[in-house]
Design a protein around this ligand. Structure first.
Ligand SMILES: Cc1ncc(C[n+]2csc(CCOP(=O)(O)OP(=O)(O)O)c2C)c(N)n1
Ligand code: SF4
Ligand SMILES: [Mg+2]
Length: 306
């Protein structure tokens, strides 16, 4: 597994920074991911929020905000720029080591509209932590496709019809993109592998507090509403994404790639796809093609080619 895991018994029980309830849908993977991350980030965190479900349903809505840290709700496309401004201001005041400077943003805000400003912030080498919770569409505004929606998925802007069946482009590999962009630490994670996830949050804190540069964390946010599955299956689906090889857990630190988890006898990807209504139109042939792609990707992941 990962460079550093935090055993579940060591995750602070008494630190709850998503408090007072929130308005995310039942079974929302984003709420689980953010709650776990905030336990490690702690109270001395400044959060930059990007428009989306986290900002609108949990942390944002004044006066019922559920977040227990200072939080700034900026414009959708400027999260990276605003985050680097916060870091620069705290640095000038000599207080940057007192806080974790963190963005929590959706995939639309990261892969599309905020891409440029985040890319520039990473390029400048700010000591910032950027968490992308990835529900694979613009969920808060009604399930429109993003650059992070996977190939073939139904969304309201990639409908399933006679000519086109769901999204026709592949998903952007964000953790790889931002690692090559210059993030000192870039990692993928899953809510089903909590020790790995919070260990990566801790590493991101260490890297930024040591002044080594930006940290980018990419975690799927299972979304019963947009992915069309019963809310009680969220964690099971998160686990299946990893066990089928659909989602790989890895980290890239200072250019060095490390695969954190190698599923033994990978389960067929059908086990992950079939429970989700957004993939309901997939034929056996479609699934076979996706399986073939996953098998090829894993040949590379398990070789010493990277
Ligand atoms: C400039 C701008 N365009 C559009 C919107 C409307 N808007 C608010 S949230 C959102 C969807 C965000 O998608 P994502 O970043 O994936 O987060 P999610 O809602 O999925 O959590 C959109 C389009 C906005 N707030 N600002
Ligand atoms: S739409 Fe999806 S991501 Fe948004 S709050 Fe509901 S379950 Fe969570
Ligand atoms: Mg989204």
């Amino acid at each position: 597994m990962p460079s550093q895991q935090i055993p579940i018994r060591d995750i602070p029980y008494d630190i709850e920074l998503l408090t007072r309830g929130h308005r995310a849908c039942p079974g929302c993977g984003m709420a689980i991911a953010c709650r776990q991350a905030l336990k490690i980030l702690g109270k001395n965190t400044v959060c930059m929020l990007s428009a989306g479900c986290f900002a609108s349903c949990t942390a944002g809505p004044f006066p019922t905000s559920s977040i227990g840290t200072p939080a700034i709700f900026g414009s959708f496309g400027s999260t990276g720029a605003a985050l680097s401004g916060i870091e620069a201001a705290l640095r000038i005041k000599g207080r940057n080591k007192d806080f974790n400077i963190v963005a929590i943003a959706g995939d639309g805000g990261t892969a599309d509209i905020g891409y440029q400003s985040l890319s520039a912030a990473i390029d400048r080498g700010h000591n910032i932590i950027y968490i992308c919770y990835d529900n694979e569409a613009y969920m808060n505004t009604g399930i429109q496709k993003s650059g992070s929606t996977p190939y073939g998925a139904w969304t309201t802007t990639t409908p399933v019809g006679r000519l086109i069946k769901g999204k026709q482009q592949p998903k952007k590999p964000l953790a790889q993109l931002f690692a090559t962009n210059g993030a000192y630490y870039s990692a993928t994670a899953s809510i089903a592998y909590v020790s790995d996830w919070v260990g990566k949050v801790k590493r991101a804190i260490e890297v930024t507090q040591a002044g080594l540069g930006p940290a980018f964390l990419h975690i799927p946010a299972e979304c019963p509403t947009g992915w069309r599955y019963p809310s009680e299956h969220t964690v099971e689906l998160a686990r299946l994404a990893v066990l089928t090889g659909w989602w790989a857990l890895y980290e890239i630190e200072h250019g060095e790639f490390k695969l954190n988890f190698r599923p033994k006898n990978r389960e067929p990807v059908e086990a992950y796809l079939r429970p989700q209504g957004r993939f309901r139109h997939f034929t056996a042939e479609d699934i076979a093609k996706i399986q073939e792609r996953i098998d090829k990707d894993w040949e590379v992941l398990e070789s010493d080619m990277i």
